[in-house]
Design a binder for this molecule. Structure first.
Ligand code: C2E
Ligand code: CA
Ligand code: CA
Ligand code: CA
Length: 279
């Protein structure tokens, strides 16, 4: 089917229309979900080499009335392509700040860092720094326990804006990690210009450790480089003992993955790692 209006020519593919309306429906469902409080955070602990918990990553979940618990893979892309990621991301940050503030009352939980994934559109919004500063102030959360995970591509799409915002937030105590490290650009020159605390090795590299010579080399290189730059390294997706020992042998600092703990509801994490008796 071809529709012509003036000089503009549009093609309508019926399959595309189905895909578009499914997307539009999901977008409006997500809007409702945010308004109705159907989002929640799961937390995945991060461990030192010796098995002590040092932090958690906040991972978004959608408690759908019919479909049950929905993972980000099913909706985060649609949210990121629309303006919705801005209020949704703000909800995540507000929830994270509330948690950090509450954990102040617990001698064990208040030692934990809380890492939050931030999307490009959210970070680029002009009032991002102001909004987060307000959230920190109003909640009373300790800013130095909050870590923002930014991907390489997010940082590099506008390096100057990234550096400026990161420095402003760093001044308040907020820390930064480069997420999915190794999957993006090969230009590493920017690393030294950023106020970074951590690199997170993407789980696609961790997955083939010990099986793939090239992934072994990539991971060793990242660990060596991080040591030189005085950055902490977190390995994501650690699933086997072999992966863990390879990483430990090459000086990895922090370990996250199913081998050690799955993401879990907030209450479960607090019960297991807080001051309540060990489960
Ligand atoms: P990510 O930042 O790379 O987060 C790690 C993902 O790996 C999480 O998937 C986590 O559940 C999963 N994972 C952890 N350990 C293992 C393991 O040992 N093996 C395997 N195979 N996977 C493991 P999840 O929770 O489904 O999140 C997927 C992605 O969605 C995240 O990838 C992140 O990019 C995005 N995301 C999650 N929460 C948020 C959020 O609040 N805001 C934004 N903007 N993005 C989010
Ligand atoms: Ca992440
Ligand atoms: Ca990510
Ligand atoms: Ca990743």
């Amino acid at each position: 089917v071809k529709a012509q209006r003036g000089n503009a020519v549009c093609f309508f593919d019926p399959r595309m229309q189905v895909a578009l309306s499914a997307r539009a429906r999901l977008e409006s469902d997500l809007q409702d979900a945010l308004r109705e409080g159907q989002f929640l955070l799961h937390l995945q602990p991060q461990f030192t080499r010796d098995g002590a918990v040092v932090g958690v990553e906040a991972l978004l979940r959608w408690q759908h009335p019919e479909r049950g618990l929905v993972l980000p893979a099913e909706f985060i892309g649609v949210a990121e392509d629309s303006e919705l990621i801005v209020p949704l991301g703000r909800w995540v940050l507000a929830s994270a700040c509330e948690l950090l503030a509450r954990w102040q009352a617990s001698p064990r939980l208040r030692e934990l860092s809380l890492s939050v994934n931030v999307s490009a559109r959210q970070f680029r919004s002009p009032d991002f720094v102001e909004q987060l500063s307000q959230l920190l102030l109003r909640s009373g959360a300790p800013a130095h326990r909050l870590e923002l995970e930014l991907t390489e591509s997010l940082v590099l799409e506008d390096v100057e804006d990234s550096i400026a915002k990161m420095h402003q937030l760093r001044t308040k105590g907020v820390r930064f990690a480069v997420d999915d490290f190794g999957t993006g650009y090969s230009s590493l020159a920017y690393l030294t210009r950023l106020p970074l605390h951590r690199l997170k090795i993407d789980r696609t590299f961790v997955h083939h450790l010990g099986e793939s010579r090239s992934d072994d080399v990539v991971v060793q290189t990242i660990l060596g480089m991080a040591r030189n730059l005085d950055l902490e390294v977190v390995a994501e997706g650690v699933e086997t003992e072999e992966q863990r020992s390879f990483l430990a042998l090459h000086g990895c600092d922090v370990y996250q993955g199913y081998l050690l703990a799955h993401p879990m509801p907030v209450e479960a994490l607090q019960a297991r790692y807080g001051d309540a008796p060990q489960a």
